[in-house]
Design a protein around this ligand. Structure first.
Ligand SMILES: [Mn+2]
Length: 348
């Protein structure tokens, strides 16, 4: 197992040689990302799938039907991403896992069962990645896995077509919330520039991400606003949506994505949490940290993980039971971070 940990990786402009060599040597590659793929997961896997095929390799994209949210379907159409069946992948000699912190989070849908002896390459930017691959390129300072895939394509000398550029730009744009989060670095901006110069459809990505909500998604946002509460000390803001809310608005669990940005947008908070009951009795928590607050330790108290500023966890149970428990832990966690420096804007 190799693990690349170049201290200067945040400004690196190339992928590690062992990663490039293994990709060059592979003949038939299976690409996977995490369950309920977001734009970065879909784009990084899709872009590498396109590039490897362009290099003359057989490549298979694991993208189970029904797992892509409505808002991301345009990427599937744009790049003509086609999912592989488990039967197609038996001859693969390499699995590449993208944007996935833990092996059990892989959206494998039975594919791994037929690939037990195939080595895994693990490319990711989650701080909690468990280094489950034979090759591991984990860069928590990277804005997105798409940023890393861009560096790979450049190192391999792949041409970046406008379609490839659009995919990667969508991953970059989404994981940086439109270049507005603390992971917006000189390198992520540089990669964004390079992708735009390569023909990425920047305006379309922005429109799809920010101005293409269905009426149902909009109604769900209204519920998130309505249910937003702020702790008395102003440090923690949270909201929730029930399974009934999701169904009633015509949405699905796949549509729960960035709604945590609603409680997060309140001035002075250090922690934001969205509780969503995507399936009855299954509660997902999205945690966000503001002002340099890491939410990783809080998420890991509940078996979750992710990034310092954005993490998640899942628990079985009811909202009535789970919310007070998690909020109590969040209050303690926030109190231990120190005194809030900005007065709360409002208290519910
Ligand atoms: Mn990502």
């Amino acid at each position: 197992m190799t693990t690349s940990s170049d201290p200067d990786i945040s400004s690196a402009t190339a992928a590690p040689p062992d990663i490039c060599a293994a990709l060059r040597a592979a003949q038939e590659v299976v690409l996977m990302s995490h369950v309920t793929p977001d734009a970065d997961a879909l784009a990084s896997a899709g872009a590498l799938w396109l590039a490897l095929r362009e290099m003359g390799k057989r490549a298979h994209l694991v993208m189970p039907a029904g797992t892509v949210s409505r808002r991301l379907e345009y990427l599937v159409r744009l790049a003509d991403l086609r999912p592989a069946h488990a039967d197609d992948v038996r001859a693969a000699d390499l699995i590449v896992a993208l944007d996935t912190a833990k092996e059990k989070r892989l959206s494998d849908h039975g594919h791994l069962a037929v690939l037990t002896r195939v080595p895994v390459m693990n490319i990711d930017h989650h701080a909690t990645n468990t280094n489950f691959g034979r090759w591991n390129w984990i860069v928590p300072q990277a804005s997105s896995t798409s940023e890393l895939v861009y560096l790979i394509l450049r190192s391999l000398g792949c041409a970046v077509s406008p379609v490839l550029a659009t995919l990667l730009y969508a991953g970059l744009h989404t994981d940086t919330q439109g270049f507005s989060l603390s992971n917006t670095t000189p390198r992520s901006l540089q990669v964004g520039h390079d992708l735009a110069a390569a023909g990425a459809r920047v305006a379309e990505v922005c429109e799809r991400m920010h101005r293409s909500r269905s009426r149902g998604e909009f109604e769900l946002m209204r519920i998130v606003y309505d249910n937003t509460r702020v702790s008395e000390d102003g440090r923690v803001a949270w909201s929730h949506v029930t399974h009934d809310d999701i169904v009633r608005t015509g949405c699905t669990a796949a549509d729960i994505d960035d709604q945590v940005e609603i409680p997060r947008s309140i001035e002075g908070i250090t922690l934001a949490i969205l509780f969503s009951e995507g399936e009855p009795g299954k509660i997902r928590m999205n945690f966000r940290g503001e002002g340099g607050t890491s939410v990783l330790a809080l998420a890991s108290e509940f078996g979750g993980g992710g990034h310092h500023a954005a993490a998640g966890a899942r628990l079985s149970g009811s909202l009535d039971e789970i919310m007070p428990r998690v909020l109590a832990a969040a209050a303690t966690y926030a109190a231990n971070l120190g005194v809030a420096t900005v007065a709360p804007a409002c208290t519910h």
